[in-house]
Write a protein that binds this ligand. Sequence first.
Ligand SMILES: C[S@@+](CC[C@H](N)C(=O)[O-])C[C@H]1O[C@@H](n2cnc3c(N)ncnc32)[C@H](O)[C@@H]1O
Length: 180
Amino acid sequence: MLKSAVKEAAQRLGIVVHRDKRSDANGHHYRTIVLDNPLAPWLDRRFAELYERAKTFTLVDAQRCYELWDVAGQLSHVPGDQLEVGVWRGGSGCVIAAASPVKRTFLCDTFAGVVKSGGRDSCYEGGEHSDTSVAHVNRCAAGLGLRNVEVVRGIFPDDHIEMFRDKAFSFVHIDVDVYQ
Ligand SMILES: C[S@@+](CC[C@H](N)C(=O)[O-])C[C@H]1O[C@@H](n2cnc3c(N)ncnc32)[C@H](O)[C@@H]1O
């Protein structure tokens, strides 16, 4: 109670108070990173409004989504479609689609969770992130007013060889979590 009151009071002054998480059960370390350069382009209105509508559909934070949006936008003059493999509920894929609204953007997922995990993967066993559906992705795309999104269900690349055989891509984001 007192802690959250202190936090809120500090926040009103523009100060963020939190405890650093040191490490998790897998031995991964966590630190708060304070950058010397305070430039925060993901807060610029055009992107911030987009991310606000996409954020409940993604596991990817604003900073990384901004990078995807910025780079995909810079490549919008390069011929080819866009592709994301590993879409979950569609957030980061729709951010990419929004960066180049005239390009077809294929969003591929098993919609049954992670596959092809193996000995080189420390965290994933298979089946994680299955709490999604094509309808989630379509809802995300509709919320952003996108008409260039094509949702593709299946295991990449095995199920897509024919579909993508003659396609060229200007931007591909692979976010499947496993080494293979
Ligand atoms: C971390 S999530 C993707 C997060 C997503 N980019 C977002 O915006 O939150 C990883 C996804 O990859 C999918 N996936 C893993 N391996 C795949 C494969 N070989 N083919 C298609 N989808 C795959 C899983 O089903 C899962 O939804």
